[in-house]
Design a protein around this ligand. Structure first.
Ligand code: ZN
Length: 288
């Protein structure tokens, strides 16, 4: 990666969402030495897509992912179709942002449902419908498996193996990786099949690598992610596997944390840069 500073890093704007909007985040990330950004759609909606794009481009940041599409399982066909339309808007936004991918958080069970396999079938149906449209727009889709604690309300795709099976089923011939995955250490670190699944992963399907840490005792299911080094995940081991795949993206810090949202955002960014050094060095020297 000779065109980027050694050990380049992206930050997901969720990490500073209470402190900065997308425009401020873009300006400050770049000023502090960060080279990539992964914005959220709701934050983009606050400032407008044109302002977000201008701030990101003016500051020379690479967009490592747009968060997010998905939420496919719906209680009826009308809402299923309406949600597909929202995903089409997300694809258009990812295209405008020249994002490395559109991250898909696929969705959990519709209200009142106990049919998780039905939910998974709706996920497959929706992605099959959207994939040709994403490809036509030049947007790669990245299924992000989420930790099983979110299976009911956020995502019924819970392991890398499940995500890969979906990719292989929906896009068996996909040399450009239009359908792939976002790998987030927070969601996959516990999986005994993780290394086998990383070996199974076709490198062209790896679109994003999210880092943070898992606090030994989690106090909040959504907003208690830890800074790298403050938890139990062997992030460097996973990073070596990711590097061995020839991952060409940037590691992306993504921390939802009531603690870090209460800190001066410049200190958050400085800490992200410092605590990601080992991972950035690993990816820099293993990238092919
Ligand atoms: Zn993530």
């Amino acid at each position: 990666m000779s065109d980027e500073s050694p050990g380049a890093l992206s930050i997901n704007t969720a990490t500073t969402r209470r402190q900065w909007g997308v425009v401020e985040a873009a300006e400050n990330y770049a000023r502090l030495g960060v080279t990539g950004i992964a914005p959220w759609r709701d934050q983009i909606a606050e400032c407008g897509l044109a302002s977000a794009i201008r701030a990101i481009r003016d500051n020379g940041l690479r967009v490592t992912g747009l968060c997010r599409g998905g939420m496919f399982p719906q209680p009826d066909r009308t809402s299923f179709a309406a949600n597909l339309d929202d995903n089409r808007r997300a694809i258009a936004e990812a295209h405008e942002l020249s994002s490395d991918c559109l991250v898909l958080v696929c969705g959990g069970l519709p209200e009142g449902s106990r049919d998780i396999e039905g939910a998974r079938a709706m996920v497959a149906e929706a992605i099959a419908l959207l994939l040709p449209e994403a490809q036509a727009a030049g947007v790669r889709l990245a299924i992000e498996p989420l930790h099983p604690m979110y299976a009911a309300d956020r995502n019924c795709i819970n392991t890398l193996g499940q995500a890969l099976t979906l990719c292989e089923k929906l896009a068996p011939e996909d040399p450009n990786g239009w359908l792939g995955v976002a790998l987030d250490v927070y969601h996959v670190w516990w999986d005994p099949a993780l290394e086998d699944m990383l070996n199974r992963l076709d490198p062209v399907r790896l679109h994003a690598f999210h880092i943070c840490d898992w606090r030994r005792t989690t106090r909040d299911l959504l907003c208690d992610r830890a800074m790298m080094g403050d938890g139990v995940i062997d992030i460097e081991r996973i990073a070596r596997n990711v590097g061995a795949l020839g991952f060409e993206g940037l590691p992306e810090v993504e921390i939802f944390s009531n603690d870090w949202w209460a800190v001066d955002p410049c200190d958050v960014v400085a800490t992200c840069l410092e605590r990601s050094l080992a991972v950035r060095r690993i990816l820099d020297c293993t990238q092919v």
